[in-house]
Ligand binder design. Structure first.
Ligand code: NAP
Ligand code: GCO
Length: 266
């Protein structure tokens, strides 16, 4: 049974994996035996992340490149292929969000979110897929969101990108599954990371909404997503394709509830 989740001999690239969900995924896949590669925009964050990975027993190979820049992606992946090996598992994790009402959002900001959250997964996947196709084996995991299926005030760019990423995942499946590539997405619910800190910390009222919408009654932890990524990166998911695995504590199953109803005494 353990062999199903053994990633020994596999090279995994987690984009933007220097903290938050990406780092949780990197640690989990690394502890399952994968050789972990992590990119980011900041050398300083990569240096700090390397230390964090080492504390978890993971020797991360780190390099700087911007996932929105085709030339930097090509050069970065070439370095990985030369120094570590061809990528077997790609996690398109890097992402940004801008919380601005549509009428107030400059189009350049909308474009920037689309570039990072939707176009970049295409760029990086196009660069690594040919090797996977030649090898007739590969795993691509696109980091989607609840906003792949929901809108919400102020996150129009993010939801548009993550909604697009859900269907880009489907299209990668349609074109590449025949070569034994499995391309899936993960749709995290509300996870406690730097990205959600502005709507979570300081007793922010958004916590009430998350609690009302999340049957599990808690914010998710990055490790909750890391565990789902291990499934999608492993042999255990070889017949799962084009699927978005929601890791949301039940949000998608729940319309919501009124505080105090149907609550046990203990
Ligand atoms: P985070 O803490 O903001 O981390 C995002 C990472 O992406 C950072 O390391 C960031 O690097 C990197 N990045 C951004 N733009 C980049 C670029 N152009 N090139 C390379 N790296 C870049 O986010 P998170 O909460 O861990 O989320 C990770 C992913 O899960 C994102 O795609 C997010 O949309 C998605 N997600 C998050 C939640 C949640 O509740 N947290 C829920 C659903 C989906 P820098 O730090 O150097 O900027
Ligand atoms: C927000 C949050 C969400 C989460 C996540 C939910 O402002 O609504 O940041 O977008 O990040 O994407 O799945």
């Amino acid at each position: 049974m353990n062999d199903l989740f053994d990633l020994t001999g596999k090279v995994a690239l987690i984009t933007g994996g220097t903290h938050g969900i990406g780092m949780a995924i990197g640690k989990t896949l690394g502890q399952a035996g994968a050789r972990i590669c992590v990119n980011d925009l900041s050398p300083e964050r990569l240096e700090a992340a390397k230390i964090e990975y080492a504390k978890a027993g993971v020797d991360a190979f780190t390099l700087v490149f911007d996932v929105t820049d085709e030339q930097q992606v090509d050069e970065g992946i070439s370095v990985i292929e030369r120094e570590v090996g061809p990528v077997d598992i790609l996690v398109n994790n890097a992402g940004i969000i801008k919380r601005i009402p549509i009428l107030d959002m400059p189009v350049k900001d909308f474009r920037q979110v689309m570039e990072v959250d939707l176009v970049a997964p295409l760029i990086v996947s196009k660069r690594v897929a040919p090797h996977m196709i030649k090898k007739r084996a590969g795993k691509i995991i696109n980091m989607c969101s609840m906003m792949s299926v929901y809108g919400r005030n102020t996150v129009s760019a993010y939801a548009s990108a993550k909604g697009g990423l859900k269907l880009l995942t489907a299209n990668m499946c349609c074109e590449w599954a025949k070569y034994n590539l499995q391309i899936n997405g993960i749709g995290p619910g509300y996870i406690a990371t730097a990205q959600t800190a502005p709507i979570r910390e300081g007793n922010h009222p958004f916590n009430d909404l998350v609690m009302m919408r999340t049957p599990a009654g808690r914010w998710g932890e990055p490790e909750d997503v890391g565990n789902a990524a291990l499934f999608l990166a492993s042999k255990a998911s070889d017949f799962v394709n084009g699927h978005i695995l929601y890791v949301d504590g039940g949000i998608l199953a729940n319309f919501g509830y009124v505080k105090g109803e149907n609550e046990l005494e203990n």
